[in-house]
Design a protein around this ligand. Structure first.
Ligand code: ADP
Ligand code: GLC
Length: 486
């Protein structure tokens, strides 16, 4: 099957969050099971620099764009995933990240930038350029690709479409003047298409006009059909329920393998679990904390945004400190949260280590060196770090929501008895509920190192590789082709 995978970020070329991990690994998994999956990305500086063998394929005429847009072809990453790049320097050649300026502000022309990207994908997908490759399916991801399905829906002959929601909190909402400026056909300004309470909604386009829609865990698929998590789109998602499913993300077992990971201090595995402690001592050293393998070490990695519940961690940190436990954190985002974390690490410098910034290599060492990983998310479509933690024998402490609920089995008498327990799960997004789980983890750790090791090793033996999920996606593509959803 020929699949065109459209994303606004993908490892190892450009990453701000989990979408990049998925776009970097699912195409490879699909190619490993005999498919022809190709990736298409906007031409940010990092992409142009890190992609291999880029050559110019075509010049595109995109309505409303006066400057040239070129389509390049090359490959991405160690598995040489075939790659198309939409090279439009006036829109994508900028510092900062794919969405924000270096000052952390949304680029004012994000609607134009991603509309251009969607148009370019549609050009390639409908064979309007001279090229011998036309996809059977276009797999679009998140709001930045939300206009692809609407554009393709107007074609007589078009590939099947799948739209994946990685995070419904980001929707690509703009005013009506923007809709007009983008030159989209008038009929798309309707309740059934792109109009959402008087605004242009990119994500609604993907949900309303794709043959199939999915999100990245079964639990989140259920949650976003309710008003609590649906941001007003729950009605549409319910309307599309026969064509809407949840498919749990996998993780890249080559990039995240404690036995071969080049970023960590000492390799380890289920069989060589005792080596993990060397990673802990080295991580304590790296963060300037007292080196002691008997002190329990908790970790956090992630975007510092409301979704992740970092404020809840801040509320219970004094309690964690009083219990004589250490904590290391890595993240960037909301400036208030960044300052609050820096303040608390100055206050408890012998117990808390904070690194504000983005550091891929350090994130591997945190997963390898910690005993526990905190993820008190208010909502979490899938979440990857809890799966990386499980693979690295780092016991996750998570809130029962979205993909966290689908991947971590709570420690309780029955799961301990049947050997399925892998982590500590709590119910409510508040500090006392989180503290209950952390306290449970602290007591469990102190009670018996043997039981703790059994728990950590059970997590390491779970299978979160892409094989099963890639197969699911293949089935979704096939049904989208056989039974169009529109
Ligand atoms: P989300 O996509 O909502 O940010 P996920 O758990 O799906 O959450 O994925 C986040 C990814 O980004 C993980 O691979 C995580 O390790 C990485 N990440 C987030 N913040 C940082 C950071 N400051 N430094 C390094 N990696 C980070
Ligand atoms: C989003 C979600 C996260 C998910 C990731 C990859 O950014 O916030 O939960 O794991 O996408 O699907």
């Amino acid at each position: 099957m020929k699949i065109l995978f459209a994303s606004s970020e993908a490892t190892p070329l450009i990453k701000t969050g989990g979408l990049a991990d998925v776009a970097g690994s699912l195409p490879t998994a699909l190619n490993h099971i005999g498919q022809d999956c190709r990736l298409i990305l906007p031409g940010y500086p990092d992409v142009l620099e890190k992609a291999e063998n880029l050559t110019k394929l075509a010049t595109l005429e995109i309505a409303g764009e006066k400057s040239p847009v070129h389509l390049l072809k090359g490959s991405s990453g160690p598995h040489k995933v075939p790659l198309y790049v939409v090279d439009a320097p006036h829109r994508f050649k900028r510092p900062g990240n794919p969405y924000l300026s270096p000052e952390g502000v949304n680029w004012p022309d994000n609607a134009e930038r991603f509309s251009l990207f969607c148009h370019a994908v549609a050009e390639l997908a409908t064979n309007r350029i001279e090229h011998d490759w036309v996809p059977d399916v276009v797999h679009a991801n998140d709001w930045q690709t939300g206009l692809i399905a609407p554009l393709l829906s107007m074609e007589k002959k078009r590939p099947a479409t799948l739209f994946t929601i990685h995070n419904l909190a980001y929707q690509g909402l703009y005013d009506q003047a923007t809709f007009q400026r983008l030159g989209l056909p008038d009929h798309l300004w309707s309740y059934h298409h792109l109009e959402f309470h008087g605004q242009l909604s990119f994500i609604k386009g993907g949900i309303a006009l794709s043959d199939r829609v999915n999100t990245v865990s079964p639990s989140y698929a259920t949650e976003i059909k309710t008003a609590e998590f649906g941001y007003g789109l729950e009605g549409l998602l319910n309307h599309r329920k026969d064509h809407f499913t949840g498919v749990l993300n996998g993780i890249d077992y080559h990039a995240w393998d404690p036995l071969t990971d080049k970023h960590i201090y000492t390799p380890f595995s289920v069989e060589r679990f005792s080596e993990k402690r060397k990673n802990k001592l080295a991580l304590q050293r790296e963060y300037g904390l007292p080196e002691d393998e008997h002190i329990q070490l908790l970790g956090y990695i992630g975007r510092l945004v409301d979704q992740k519940g970092v404020d809840l961690i801040l509320q219970i940190l004094p309690g964690i400190m009083d219990a004589g436990v250490q904590m290391v954190m890595l993240g960037s985002g909301n400036k208030d949260l960044e300052h609050a974390l820096e303040k608390i690490s100055n206050r408890y410098h012998s117990r808390v280590g904070v690194y504000i910034g983005y550091d891929e290599s350090l994130s591997h060492r945190i997963e390898a060196g910690c005993d526990c990983f905190l993820m008190p998310s208010r909502f979490e479509p899938c979440g990857l770090n809890q799966m990386y933690s499980l693979r690295y024998g780092t016991v996750p402490i998570v809130r029962r929501t979205g993909g966290l609920a689908d991947t971590v089995v709570d420690v309780n008498p029955s799961t301990l008895a049947n050997g399925s327990a892998t982590g500590f799960v709590f119910e409510n997004a508040d500090a006392s509920s989180l503290w209950g789980a952390v306290e449970h983890a602290i007591n469990f750790y102190r009670r018996s190192s043997t039981d703790w090791e059994i728990l950590a090793r059970t997590g390491m033996q779970q299978d979160f590789s892409w094989e099963a999920s890639a197969q699911h996606y293949l089935e979704l593509y096939q049904t989208a082709m056989d039974e169009p959803g529109l």
